[in-house]
Design a protein around this ligand. Sequence first.
Ligand code: AMP
Length: 197
Amino acid sequence: MRAVRAYVGLGANLGDARAQLAGALESLARLPQTTVAAVSPWFRTAPVDADGPDYLNAVAALTTALHADALLAALHAIEQAFDRQRPYRNAPRTLDLDLLLYGDAVIATPTLTVPHPRLTERAFVLRPLLALAPDLVLPGGHRLDAFWPAVADQRIDEVCPPNVAQTTPAGRAPGRPKPARIPSGDRSVYPPDEGST
Ligand code: AMP
């Protein structure tokens, strides 16, 4: 199967959120037929439609030849490895992994909806995703950045990741960074993912 660009949203607000996000990124990098092409800056965000402590969020760009179902199953396995519990809807969590986009695919099965249905409603997804892929166009033809104004009031602050090596896009050519057009005038430490769809 041809490799596609997939985007995975990461979040945690229980336990050692930094360690769990770092561990999840290592787990993603170990998936078969998959490489982590880039990781967004990390953000501290207010819970949306939920209680509990602030979240730590990021988005990873994957190049993967796994089928979407297999990738989702792998994401669930990683969540379980980090002791994810589901006591009630939107409960605080040690780790949440969402398949945001899978190439240009539009998928609607009982277990998988892609693009992720709440992708455009959440600053904690839009901001890191736009940092990686500022010119991204959704499968329906809408530019992703058009959704930013509607979520710009949601609290989201960039934080330093614990290990810069984990957040530097893999394999990018030196000297070619192009400044990311991050909404609300914030800077991005890392260049956008130029290979995004
Ligand atoms: P959550 O408890 O928020 O992690 O939701 C997980 C449930 O959402 C699982 O039953 C998944 O099958 C389902 N789901 C549907 N679409 C997606 C998606 N794009 N990414 C992650 N989970 C999804």
